[in-house]
Design a protein around this ligand. Structure first.
Ligand code: HGA
Length: 609
């Protein structure tokens, strides 16, 4: 979260900074700001709210200057106010920051005791004030910068502009990502290559612990011990084109409707329809010899992992340990020797997932990354990369990235099953055929859009909604509830259908819609029994199943709503059942009039703990 940019330009850079920030708005959007040096003086503009507010401010009160830094914020320390917005200023220095300075309180006390006055509630201002104090004590900018970052604990990507060196940007990364872009007589800094894409595709990623001095014609990079290091420049594939909404009202709607196409792309990267076999990347994880598999992720990606656990267990007979990354990273996990670990993240920058990856790597696990951004930190630190091919996802609530994660994980699980001799060539072929039908089934499920809109309008007045499922539909129930919560702000919970009578059934009354996900298969009858327990207590049930499933369930009593879904091979059903679940959340949010693509308090990429 929080996006950082910096430009050493040839003319005024304010517009370029805002353009870079626009591309980073997925990382946070509660306030934004820029700072430049002009005529030897630092100037700042900061505005609360989306980037449009900063643009408006700059139109009224432009900020000249050919060198500058910018920031779009997702607050961790201090409310989204102008005073808390970045860049923060110390004496003759401006700072933008992504991350959390964990020892900020001690540093702030120390500086306050020395007479330094603070203007904000943020942890970041401590960095600016600390560097300012070192300058005031007579240090040169480079020494002030190096000494200050040496005192910081926690995670950070920093970009710093000193009044005394108006042609230079200082930057550092520990935990949070940062890239340097080289232009023609210009230099750029950005949280990712996507932010740099309008300016250059020549990108150098800083490694963790690096700091750098960026000048107009060169970059000097130093390792954590202060010794010079060299980091290779690479050509980035990030596209400079701004993704638009097409004919849709929201990015989320567009992304939901793109799913047949992008799932198809993803599958074609891993399946060979001619030979009827799964093709996993060369040099990837050798599943034949792996003793165990750990899967970890956060949010929606975690639910994709949870579904994949069922696949790896059934298709590959692999013992799977799965946990959310913010827990896994702090557990004392007794990793098995010869084990592998998969980390799933849309952005490939999720802070907790990255930390969990590093722990697993240190414990000798072979690491696979399932990410949508192949140049991301998680991708670069993994032993094997399994890209999802969802294309840029702009809506904060993940939809197509989720189903493409599922498509990728399904292929890996089937490939693992083949490698381990669990799946015969016939079974491989059968599953592959089922997977290749998924894009068509997803397209068919999308044709329910209007019916689901009507249903969602009814649901939008509910205070609470429950989602139920068993087996692979249980994680999808969790995902359905998460989707509804994040964009419509309706309280929702997902439960394993069999768990209901152990407590949550107490929540049931006529006002609580219950969405039941029950594809045909061995767990269908049991799920329907659980649904009838709800109906017997006055619960309003909406059943998502095949036409045959809906007809069979109808005999047990009158349903509030029925959502027919194409018949998809049992364990692979979440790839298709995800669609009605997403559309319900989307239309409920539209009915409630919330900000669908940029819901309150959230950001797309979570780069802080
Ligand atoms: N801690 C800083 C930066 C927050 C951040 O990186 N969020 O993702 C602040 O609260 O401003």
């Amino acid at each position: 979260m929080c996006g950082i940019v910096g430009i050493i330009g040839r003319g005024d850079v304010a517009d370029g900074l805002v353009e870079g920030l626009q591309r980073l708005e997925y990382r946070g959007y509660d306030s934004a700001g820029i700072a430049t040096v002009c005529d030897g003086r630092l100037g700042r503009r900061r505005a609360v709210g989306k980037l449009a507010e900063l643009r408006r401010m700059l139109a009224e009160d432009p900020l000249p200057g050919a060198v500058g830094i910018g920031h779009t914020r997702w607050a961790t320390h201090g409310r989204p106010t102008e005073a808390n917005a970045h860049p923060h200023a110390g004496s003759h220095v401006a700072v933008v920051h992504n991350g959390i300075i964990e020892n900020y309180a001690a540093l702030r006390d120390e500086l306050t005791a020395d007479g330094v006055a603070f203007e904000s509630e943020t942890d970041t201002e401590t960095v600016a004030k600390l560097m300012g104090a070192y300058l005031d004590a007579g240090r040169e900018p480079r020494a002030a910068f190096a000494e200050a970052i040496g005192r910081l604990e926690g995670a950070f990507a920093l970009a710093v502009l000193f009044e005394a060196e108006p042609e230079t940007l200082y930057c550092a990364r520990r935990g949070s990502p940062l890239a340097v872009g080289r232009g023609d007589g210009e230099m750029y800094l950005g949280s990712d290559a996507y932010a740099l894409a309008p300016f250059t595709n020549r990108v150098t990623y800083l490694s963790d612990g690096d700091w750098a001095v960026v000048m107009r014609d060169r970059v000097e990079v130093f390792g954590p011990d202060g010794a010079p290091v060299s980091r290779q420049e690479q050509l980035s594939d990030a596209s400079a084109a701004i993704v638009d909404k097409g004919e849709h009202r929201h990015f989320m709607a567009k992304e939901i409707h793109e799913q047949p196409e992008v799932i198809g792309h993803t599958l074609s990267a891993y399946l060979d329809p001619v030979s009827g076999t799964v093709r996993l990347p060369e040099g990837g994880i050798d599943f034949a010899g792996v003793t165990s598999l750990t899967i970890s992720a956060c949010g929606t990606a975690y639910f994709a992992g949870l579904i994949a656990k069922y696949w790896f267990e059934t298709y590959a007979r692999l013992p799977v340990e799965i946990d959310i990354a913010s827990e896994l990273r702090y557990r004392d996990v007794p990793y098995r020797q010869g084990g592998a670990a998969l980390f799933v993240s849309q952005s490939g920058e999720t802070a907790d997932t990255l930390a969990a990856l590093r722990d697993a790597k240190e414990a000798g696990q072979r690491i696979g990354a399932v990410v949508n951004v192949p140049e991301s930190t998680i991708a670069r630190e993994a032993d094997a990369l399994y890209p999802t091919h969802a294309g840029p996802e702009i809506g904060v609530a993940s939809t197509k990235a989720f189903t493409c994660q599922l498509a990728t994980l399904a292929c890996i699980a089937i490939g693992a099953g083949v490698a381990r001799g669990v799946l015969s060539p016939e079974e491989e072929q059968r599953l592959l055929t089922a997977l290749l039908e998924v894009p068509r089934h997803v397209a068919e499920a999308l044709s329910m859009d209007e019916a689901l809109r009507d249903l969602a309008q009814d649901m939008a007045s509910a205070r609470d909604v429950l989602y139920l499922g068993r087996g692979v539909s249980f994680p999808l129930a969790l995902e359905g509830a998460l989707k509804l919560k994040e964009i419509s702000y309706i309280h929702a919970e997902g439960y394993a259908a069999g768990e209901l009578k152990h407590g949550p059934i107490a929540l049931i009354d006529e006002a609580v819609p219950v969405i039941v996900i029950a594809p045909p298969g061995p767990l269908f009858e049991k799920t329907i029994s659980n649904m009838q327990e709800v109906m017997a207590r006055g619960g309003r049930c909406c059943l998502i199943s095949t036409k045959a499933g809906l007809a069979a369930a109808e005999r047990g009593g009158e349903l509030w709503a029925k959502v027919p879904v194409p018949d998809t091979e049992g364990l692979l059903s979440p790839l298709v059942y995800a669609v009605p679940v997403q559309l319900l959340a989307y239309h409920a949010a539209v009915a409630k009039g919330t900000d669908v693509d940029q819901p309150r308090n959230l950001a797309k990429s979570v780069t802080v703990e």
